[in-house]
Design a protein around this ligand. Structure first.
Ligand SMILES: O=P(O)(O)OC[C@H]1O[C@@H](O)[C@H](O)[C@@H](O)[C@@H]1O
Length: 247
């Protein structure tokens, strides 16, 4: 059914890049924030400025992860360690939290300017899954998930939401750890082997693989089908509409 094994009872959808066209917004905000930080740092140290690569660096270190995990992960790739700081750090403070706040201010501005578009193929798939009696949840690292779902007009399509804020409240490790997806399955009352995970990020498919889910669907929006398979996708599709065509 719907391109899924018979035992699947529930679908766990990532948000940015799977349901909504917001991954590019996040990538642009990460680039602007990190480039400002790296440029200032290079000017102070006299070392060359090596910009953030919105494709390679985004996919490898940031995509799919919670904001502070993405910040730490990219800085680590450059051999940079910053103090953690606190959630209230202003955007100009060079801490993990301060840089995260700087990036979030940029995301919110860009979302406001550009608006939020959905992937029609994905939304058609979610509706078909619900019509077929499958349970549905959104499992996203983004702390802005509720606002993005609301602005896109798709909140009502999902019975549960496990997002960056929920993970923080419950102390759940972020993707690539499986905990957020496991919490999504639990919220829908199914075992992991009865749930399918839909992800466009390398960290996200790795989380699906680590959790022992019934199927991990890699959604290839960036020409990285092989890497999605290497990191844990059982199948890779260009869009969820492809699963309906094959059903
Ligand atoms: O900064 P936010 O909105 O909490 O989002 C955290 C992350 O959420 C993920 O869904 C995105 O793939 C990342 O790019 C993003 O950085």
């Amino acid at each position: 059914m719907l391109g899924l094994p018979d035992e699947i009872r529930a679908c766990l959808f990532d948000l940015d890049g799977v349901l909504t066209r917001t991954a590019a917004v996040h990538a642009a905000a990460w680039k602007e924030m990190f480039d400002d930080f790296l440029r200032e740092r290079a000017a102070r140290s006299g070392e060359p400025f090596v910009p953030f690569d919105p494709a390679g660096d985004y996919e490898a270190y940031v995509d799919g992860k919670r904001r502070e995990d993405g910040t730490r992960s990219f800085l680590e790739s450059r051999g940079i360690t910053l103090p953690e700081g606190s959630g209230g750090d202003p955007p100009d403070v060079p801490t993990v939290q301060g840089l995260g706040n700087r990036k979030n201010a940029l995301v919110l501005r860009l979302l406001d300017e550009r608006g939020i578009e959905v992937f029609d193929g994905s939304i058609g798939y979610v509706r078909a899954a619900r019509d077929a009696g499958l349970r549905t949840a959104v499992v996203s690292s983004s702390a802005n998930t509720a606002q993005v779902l609301e602005a896109a007009g798709i909140t009502g399509l999902f019975e549960a939401r496990i997002d960056g804020l929920v993970a923080q409240e419950r102390g759940l490790p972020g993707k690539p750890a499986p905990d957020m997806f496991l919490a999504g399955a639990e919220a829908l009352g199914v075992r992991p082997d009865q749930a399918a995970v839909f992800e466009d990020a390398l960290a996200g498919v790795a989380a699906g693989r680590a959790g022992g889910f019934g199927l991990v669907v890699g959604v290839d929006r960036a020409g990285q089908a092989d890497r999605l398979r290497e990191h844990g996708a059982d199948i890779v599709v260009p869009d969820l509409a492809a699963l309906l065509e094959n059903a």
